[in-house]
Design a protein around this ligand. Structure first.
Ligand SMILES: Nc1ncnc2c1ncn2[C@@H]1O[C@H](COP(=O)(O)OP(=O)(O)O)[C@@H](O)[C@H]1O
Ligand SMILES: [Mg+2]
Length: 249
């Protein structure tokens, strides 16, 4: 998956919103950084950016200053308590998504120019808007996050179908979030996988599940990272397993 000399890029995306993309980006990045890898997370949920809030950070500058100001993309990268670097985006700017679309090629080129990372994770917005699709296209691989809700599956299918039919992506990765356990995770993956096999020529790889656990909303409320706050929890074991399943060096 590595483009020679460049940092590998993986997007974390979904059809439906609120399925846990940002939570997964932060916790997976923390686990990978804890294993000694140099990780960057880019907040690509433009307009509704919230990784900085999840981490209790108040970045002085963000992607907006790169696109419309004179900041270099390297200048806005900030370290986090998860041990990974973050590119923050601006929040609460409703027109941002539209503005970004006009400059999407510039942003993609700037992210691509960041070298020396073992992995760049893109935390995208939900849905099949052009901006989200473009960030998914920038990534070498796409992780689609789903949960047990029917709309999450149908919206994920719409995302996978679009990535396949419009951009020729025939291999994507799946994480099942808010599962009751390993068995339910596999069962939910089985559902999306069989629909994709039937109607699309797409290969889905199952990376694993994350339990539904009150540890998570609690950690978010305290602006902590669950795998750091509760390193011996089942959640931490889930993320360690997902990290092992990633095709990384
Ligand atoms: N595994 C989980 N267990 C319990 N609550 C969860 C879990 N995953 C996500 N949540 C809840 O769902 C909310 C939305 O998660 P978030 O990562 O912001 O979703 P997205 O980025 O996909 O919009 C979080 O605030 C959190 O409270
Ligand atoms: Mg999010």
């Amino acid at each position: 998956m590595t483009r020679s000399g460049k940092s590998p890029v993986i997007s974390i995306t979904s059809g439906k919103g609120g399925v846990g993309k940002t939570l997964i980006a932060c916790n997976l990045a923390t686990i990978l950084a804890g294993q000694g890898r140099k990780i960057l997370v880019a907040d690509c949920d433009l307009g509704l950016a919230n990784i900085d809030i999840m981490l209790g950070l108040r970045p002085r500058r963000n992607l907006k200053d790169v696109i419309y100001g004179d900041a270099d993309i390297r200048d806005i990268v900030i370290p986090t308590k998860g041990g990974f670097d973050l590119i923050p985006a601006s929040s609460g700017v409703r027109e941002m998504a539209q503005l970004i679309l006009e400059r999407i090629d510039v942003i993609k080129a700037k992210i691509r120019s960041l070298r020396n990372y073992d992995l760049i994770l893109l935390d995208t917005g939900a849905g099949i808007s052009e901006v989200v699709l473009q960030f998914n296209l920038l990534a070498d691989r796409n992780i689609v996050v789903i949960n047990r809700e029917l709309t999450s599956l149908t919206d994920a299918y719409a995302m996978i179908k679009t990535m396949y039919q419009v951009f020729d992506r025939d291999s994507l990765d799946i994480i099942v979030n808010s599962a009751a356990g390993e068995e339910e995770g596999r069962e939910i993956f089985g559902r999306i996988s069989s629909i994709c096999k039937k109607f699309l020529n797409v290969r889905l790889t199952y990376l694993g599940h994350v339990l539904q656990d009150p540890v998570i909303p609690k950690s978010i409320l305290k602006q902590e990272i669950a795998v750091l706050a509760s390193p011996r929890s089942k959640i931490a074991a889930n993320f360690a397993q997902i990290a092992r399943a990633l095709p990384l060096k």
